[in-house]
Design a protein around this ligand. Structure first.
Ligand code: DX5
Ligand code: ZN
Length: 217
């Protein structure tokens, strides 16, 4: 599959028609479905839980990329694993015992991801890099779609690439927040493997065209 992978987030979709949204994602030639889970505490909004992921599962064969913006994610991983999640990513800022949780996700046969908000440096997760399959670099403060990408966060992508090339781990690097036609070139240039896109994807009339453009043509 051609990198970067494109992972549209259903956060920007009409929640009364989520099945249609995941079908659109497939039809547009995007690679993954990004599911933003918010608990109303770690971030102010509430979105959905494992039942929604389970109900969507039969409508898509794409990788389900679950992004947990919740405190105590350890209480949710088993249910999301059963719901058909492929990647389960939690926030470094929400967890004390991160190695244990990454291990628990992998033991369930799932890919384990760690995410950092814009104010968290890469050094905070460096000890976790050998134990993670994905590092999700937030380029906005999580909680809402449609915000502007904070350009300084892209430096973290470069740092993560550098660490990976030095053998620190074997993870994908994902960028989430404010990815659109205008910002995609700088995100690609930073060397990202996965681009999450919410509002840009669901606002686009030509979704397949957008996916191609985000990938760099
Ligand atoms: C933000 C979410 C993102 C969001 C991105 O808290 O984690 O996945 O959907 O939306 P856009 O692409 O509109 O910034
Ligand atoms: Zn997300």
């Amino acid at each position: 599959m051609k990198l970067p992978l494109i992972a549209p987030s259903v956060l920007a979709a009409d929640f009364s028609r989520l099945a249609e949204a995941v079908i659109r994602i497939d039809e547009a030639g995007a690679d993954w479905v990004h599911l933003d889970v918010m608990d109303g505490k770690f971030v102010p909004p509430l979105t959905f839980g494992p039942k929604t992921a389970a109900d969507l599962r039969p409508h898509s064969s794409a990788v389900f990329d679950v992004h947990l913006m919740v405190f105590e994610p350890e209480n949710l991983i088993e249910e999301f694993a059963r719901a058909g999640a492929d990647y389960i990513t939690f926030h470094a800022e929400a967890v004390v015992h991160s190695h244990r949780l990454l291990g628990a996700i992998r033991e369930m046969g799932k890919k384990a991801g760690i995410s950092i908000v814009p104010s968290t440096p890469v050094s905070a997760v460096e000890p976790l890099l050998p134990y993670t399959d994905l590092v999700l670099v937030m380029t906005v403060n999580p909680g809402y779609g449609g915000q502007s990408l904070i350009p300084g966060c892209l430096e973290k992508v470069r740092t993560l690439r550098e660490l990976r090339s030095r053998g620190m781990g074997n993870y994908l690097i994902s960028v989430d927040g404010g990815v659109n036609r205008a910002t995609a070139p700088s995100v690609r240039e930073a060397g990202v493997d996965v681009m999450v896109t919410g509002s840009a994807f669901f606002d686009a009339r030509d979704k397949a065209g957008l996916v191609k453009e985000l990938k760099g043509g």
